[in-house]
Structure formats: structure tokens, C-alpha cells
Design a protein around this ligand. Structure first.
Ligand SMILES: [Zn+2]
Ligand SMILES: [Zn+2]
Length: 250
């Protein structure tokens, strides 16, 4: 969740409505004060809670047209019912839009979904970069992330753990592909070569429970950043699937 003094945006809704409410309240927030939900893509781990939240909250959902179509299709397949689409607002990748006083800039990322995006969010002089679910970091994504004060980046799997892990070979290949997920190693490469060192906080997110370990992800990132002596701040934090991250204030 990203919050300015007047606007609260939830990026994706992968967990159930009840769990989302619980976590927002645990941080001292009021789920009913959410301004909007923005959706990166239609994979289940990003939209599982949407139907429930649509029923409970009268907030708009922002997604691209192609993501919406794919989402509607998948909800229909699993429940037979069309999700309540009354509050959908469409955006297109590459075109910024505003929710309250937060400016949202979506950009295309390489992932095997209909129209997946990452975001930068801008408010009160702070820039947040949010990218998970991408097979690699293209130059375009790197450029979008420049001068971010907070970065939320995928550190999905450790390559060796994935190779030796329980997934079937076809799934392993998908995860490792250019439209799969970002490994600790590829993220470390980004840190070592392409990252501009601007962020006070870096949050490692979308860690696989089977194919990664938080300490392995952290140490890969720290090592890569450690080679860049000019970087002073860059505090690394880990986002957990099971609980909410403490609020960050800049
Ligand atoms: Zn995905
Ligand atoms: Zn995902």
C-alpha cells in the first residue's frame, strides 16, 4: 500500500479481502479509506482478493483493458459469474494518470500475462518504483526506475534452488524464461551494473516460498550493492507473503 497525506493506493490484491483488511488494520489504517486499487496483471497471486474487495469497498480498480479482459475470463472460468465491473478504470501502459495527489506511471514489463505493467508512483516529492513479475530488466524498465527513493523489486528465486526444486521441468523453464520471474542473480546483476543507487530503501518482493530463502535473497542483493562503494543508503528490506511490511516514512 502506498499512502500520501490524502490518498491511499493498494497495488494488487493477491490475498483475500479478509486478510487485506486485517493487515491494513494491523498497521493502524482503515481499509474503508482506500482510494483505489491498481493492478499490475491478471495472474491469480495478484487478483485473488479483487472480487471480494469489489463487493466490500466502493473504490475504483485501475487496470489495462487487456488485463481486464483476461481477468474477467479467468473469474468466469472458475466461478461462472462475471465479476462486478462497475468501478473499473482503464489505463494504458506508458500513459500516466492521477489518483488523488498520487501520480501513477505504468510501464510495460516482460512477463507472460496479457499486458503486464510495473509502476512508478509520485507524490510529495517522493518517487516509488514498483516492479515484480518480470523475466529480466530491460533498458526501458531501468530507465523508469531511475531516481526512485524507494524500490520494490522482484527477487523471485535462487537459480540453484529452482533447478533442484520440486517444480516440473516445464514450470522451471517458464520461471527462468525472459517472460518469467526475476532471479536473485538477475536482480544482483541489475544492482551491480545498471542501478543508479538512488533509493533509501530497497524492498525485495515476490520471493518464491519453494525456490528461495529470504537470507539468500538478501545476501545476493547486499553483495551486489557492496561492490558499489559510492552507495551509502540503500537499506534492504524483505517483503513477506505472510505479513505486512512495517510502514516506511521518508
Ligand atoms: Zn505473474
Ligand atoms: Zn506474481
Amino acid at each position: 500500500m502506498v499512502e500520501s497525506s490524502s490518498t491511499r493506493i493498494l497495488v494488487d490484491a493477491g490475498i483475500s479481502c479478509r486478510e487485506t483488511f486485517k493487515r491494513v488494520r494491523a498497521l493502524g489504517g482503515d481499509p474503508c479509506s482506500l482510494s483505489a486499487i491498481v493492478v499490475t496483471h491478471e495472474h491469480a497471486d495478484h487478483v485473488n482478493g479483487l472480487v471480494g474487495l469489489a463487493r466490500k469497498l466502493k473504490v475504483p480498480f485501475f487496470m489495462t483493458g487487456a488485463t481486464h479482459q483476461a481477468w474477467v475470463r479467468s473469474v468466469r472460468d472458475s466461478t461462472g459469474a462475471r465479476p462486478d465491473a462497475a468501478r473499473i478504470e482503464f489505463f494504458s501502459s506508458g500513459r500516466g494518470f492521477r489518483i488523488g495527489d498520487i501520480e501513477v506511471r505504468p510501464f510495460t514489463i516482460p512477463h507472460d500475462a496479457a499486458d503486464p505493467v510495473g509502476f512508478t508512483l509520485h507524490a510529495e516529492g517522493v518517487k516509488i518504483g514498483f516492479v515484480t513479475d518480470l523475466g529480466y530488466v530491460p533498458v526501458s524498465v531501468r530507465d523508469h526506475l531511475r531516481r526512485s527513493d524507494i524500490l520494490i523489486l522482484e527477487s523471485n528465486h535462487d537459480l540453484e534452488m529452482l533447478r533442484g526444486g520440486p517444480y516440473p521441468w516445464s514450470v522451471k523453464q517458464r520461471v527462468m524464461s525472459r517472460v518469467g520471474h526475476l532471479s536473485n542473480e538477475k536482480l544482483a546483476e541489475f544492482f551491480a551494473r545498471d542501478y543508479d543507487g538512488s533509493a533509501a530503501f530497497i524492498i525485495l518482493a515476490h520471493l518464491s516460498e519453494q525456490n528461495n530463502h529470504p537470507e539468500i535473497a538478501r545476501s545476493a542483493a547486499e553483495q551486489a550493492l557492496g561492490h558499489r562503494r559510492t552507495l551509502l543508503e540503500n537499506r534492504i528490506l524483505l517483503a513477506k507473503q505472510s505479513e505486512a511490511l512495517e510502514p516506511l516514512r521518508l
